[in-house]
Design a protein around this ligand. Structure first.
Ligand SMILES: Nc1nc2c(ncn2[C@@H]2O[C@H](COP(=O)(O)OP(=O)(O)OP(=O)(O)O)[C@@H](O)[C@H]2O)c(=O)[nH]1
Ligand SMILES: [Mg+2]
Length: 217
């Protein structure tokens, strides 16, 4: 289904250095603590590979991924960045125009699960209603069969939860394919809203009495 995969830009997450957004491309972002496996998941999805050693992502990386849905070409930009230890919070440009979020925690480190609340709150402060998928990563390394556990965070926020492993590759393609489908849906739903917003603004302007532009004698 995919046509093109590749790393596009690698730059620091400041507004001036932010990678260019491809017009009409879907934007999928990854969020979560440092070392939960965000970069490894993208690597597994795009390159079908996994090398155990990884330096922490110190900068923002944007991957371009093109695929098809039916007879339509779909461009997807997948955004990956470093975790909370590096930056207190993400630069707003990370969230702008995002249509889906993959929220990752590490099945072997409880604090990364606890921090989902913080990441989710930040996501919602910028993107009120975009779809968000929770990914429980590193299930290969979890002490027990973690896939039999339910997680209150996902239930509380009515979010889908997927058990994945960047190391073995289990469920990784399904995770990203689902995120892309959700992003397509989210973008389609957002478009009519935008048109409606413009119509509402124009109606409001029509209602307002005209302001005097000529001086009276
Ligand atoms: N066992 C196991 N280890 C994993 C898995 N995914 C990632 N790792 C390891 O976890 C470490 C961190 O992975 P990264 O992908 O760099 O994590 P990150 O979330 O991108 O981290 P930052 O860039 O610092 O935000 C690496 O040593 C990976 O090899 C997995 O599914 N299973
Ligand atoms: Mg990383």
């Amino acid at each position: 289904m995919s046509e093109k995969k590749g790393l596009m830009t690698d730059s620091a997450p400041s507004s001036s250095d932010a990678p260019p957004v491809r017009r009409n491309a879907l934007k999928v972002i990854l969020l979560g603590d440092s070392a939960v496996g965000k970069s490894k998941l993208v690597e597994r999805f795009l390159m079908q590979e996994y090398k155990p050693v990884q330096l922490s992502t110190y900068a923002l990386t944007l991957f371009e991924y093109d695929c098809t849905r039916g007879d339509k070409k779909v461009m997807v930009d997948i955004w990956d960045t470093a975790g909370q230890e590096r930056f207190d919070s993400m630069h707003p440009s990370y969230y702008i125009e995002a249509q889906c979020c993959i929220l990752v925690f590490d099945a072997t480190r409880k604090p990364t699960y606890k921090n989902l609340d913080k990441w989710y709150a930040e996501l919602r402060s910028f993107r009120e209603s975009i779809p968000c998928i929770v990914a429980c990563n590193k299930i290969d390394a979890a002490a027990e069969d973690i896939t039999t556990k339910t997680f209150a965070f996902a239930e509380k926020n009515s979010l889908p939860l997927m058990y994945v492993s960047a190391a073995t590759g289990v469920n990784v393609v399904s995770l990203f394919e689902r995120a892309i489908d959700e992003a397509i849906r989210s973008k389609a739903e957002a478009a009519p809203d935008l048109v409606q917003d413009v119509i509402d603004i124009m109606r409001e302007l029509d209602k307002k009495p005209p302001t005097a532009t000529t001086a009276t004698k």
